[in-house]
Design a protein. Structure first.
Length: 415
């Protein structure tokens, strides 16, 4: 590997000087890279020499832009059979955030400072902290895909995260707010008010959500064949994504059996008689269309219900009607405050179900152990359950239980 000075004259007779690094890369190809200053050429020569010996060097001419690497990344996801919603999220991150700021940059030129600037630029544009974190993770995945294709050697996103170390993660863990009953989790009184207020086609769905803790996607994809009303159990075997496409549960743990209390069984027995049926595409002997019961909570045509419809037409109006609401910040024509639902999604009911599983029987719950709660919720690991809901488990050292333990140890005559 050599560094030499190159001098030439332009068409106008002006003398120009540059410094050229002449080297052979790890594939045996001769590479030339030009710099305006000798110190830049020397710095590149030193770095490239180490990378060539380590077998990790990729010349800029053999690299690709971040935009092209992103296209490869999306193609990889499609080939791997990722869900349509995941592919849509990848395309959104790439088109809306990555390409406008880094699209023309070569992957081989990405550095930790450049990734930090990318974060800063996103922040200046008003991008939320949560979205910045997701987009940077996507950028790291784009570079990782390029590495597997031999188009990049380093992943500055992962280098950056490694440099930040565990201290930031510990700080984030301390700052992460725990779920609060009455703020993130509906109280028992609020749930009772909701179930008393909801009516019509949304009542069976919300009752099932409260007493099974199923995810919105699992409720939307639930089939009648997976509901055994005699044995009082629902079997989660599939879910519907945001596009209405049916697929497997979120994880292997998502495939589970959930026992049903009497209120759900009785409600679903009544609902089954009124549940919309879907067209099969077949006709009977009289030429009439044949329909069938398929989904438990379908739209009017018997197909997958839109998630936004469930919220806007079902959950949110029912919460407002039940008085489980907060001021929206707007007023009606009479100047009265317009109320909005206190809880914005079905996940609040899932949180409530988890708290119901955890609470002691004397507090209106089931008092189930952590492992059973994990299985009922369909979490991939018990750590996830503990991280999200661990603080809701009753302490075993409260005053009443300490008194009972003391009495058992010392006898009833102890003072």
């Amino acid at each position: 590997m050599s560094v030499r000075k190159r001098t030439w004259k332009t068409g106008k007779g002006e003398e120009k000087t540059a410094w050229v690094v002449d080297y052979v890369d790890m594939t045996g190809a001769r590479r030339l890279k030009t710099f305006a200053k000798k110190k830049e050429a020397d710095a590149f020569s030193a770095t490239a020499s180490v990378e060539v010996r380590a077998g990790t060097h990729v010349a800029d001419s053999a690299s690709i832009t971040v935009e092209k690497a992103g296209a490869f990344w999306i193609a990889t996801g499609e080939a791997d059979g990722l869900e349509r919603s995941t592919i849509a999220q990848r395309k959104n991150h790439l088109a809306k955030y990555v390409v406008p700021l880094l699209g023309k940059t070569l992957v081989s030129k990405l550095t930790v400072p450049l990734v930090r600037k990318f974060e800063d630029d996103l922040r200046e544009q008003g991008t939320s902290a949560a979205m910045i974190k997701k987009v940077v993770v996507s950028l790291g995945s784009i570079i990782a895909d390029a590495q597997e294709r031999g188009l990049a050697t380093k992943n500055p996103v992962r280098d950056m995260r490694a440099k930040r170390g565990g201290s930031k993660r510990r700080v984030e863990a301390r700052q992460k707010r725990k779920l609060v009953v009455g703020v993130d989790i509906p109280t028992p009184a609020e749930v009772r008010a909701l179930l008393n207020a909801v009516a019509g086609r949304w009542r069976p769905l919300l009752i099932t959500a409260v007493f099974t803790g199923m995810r919105a996607s699992e409720l939307r994809g639930l089939r009648w064949q997976d509901v055994d009303l005699e044995k009082r159990v629902v079997r989660v075997r599939q879910r519907a994504d945001e596009f209405g496409q049916i697929g497997a549960p979120k994880s292997e743990a998502g495939e589970r059996d959930i026992p049903l209390p009497p209120i759900v069984v009785n409600t679903l027995k009544e609902w089954r008689l009124a549940c919309p049926r879907r067209q099969t595409g077949r006709t009977d002997d009289a030429g009439q269309p044949v329909t069938e019961l398929y989904l438990v909570f379908p739209n009017g045509a018997g197909n997958v219900e839109n998630h936004k419809n469930i919220l806007r037409r079902g959950l949110e109006p029912a919460l407002v009607k039940a008085g489980v609401s907060v001021p929206s910040g707007e007023t009606d024509k009479d100047g009265q405050p317009i109320m909005a639902a206190k809880y914005g999604g079905l996940h609040a009911l899932r949180h409530f179900h988890a708290s119901w599983l955890i609470n002691r029987p004397r507090d209106g719950g089931l008092g189930l152990p952590l492992k059973v709660v994990q299985e009922r919720m369909g979490h991939a690991s018990i750590t996830m359950t503990a991280d999200v809901y661990g603080h809701l488990f009753p302490r075993a050292d409260d005053a009443d239980e300490l008194a009972a333990a003391e009495s058992a140890l010392l006898g009833s005559s102890a003072t």
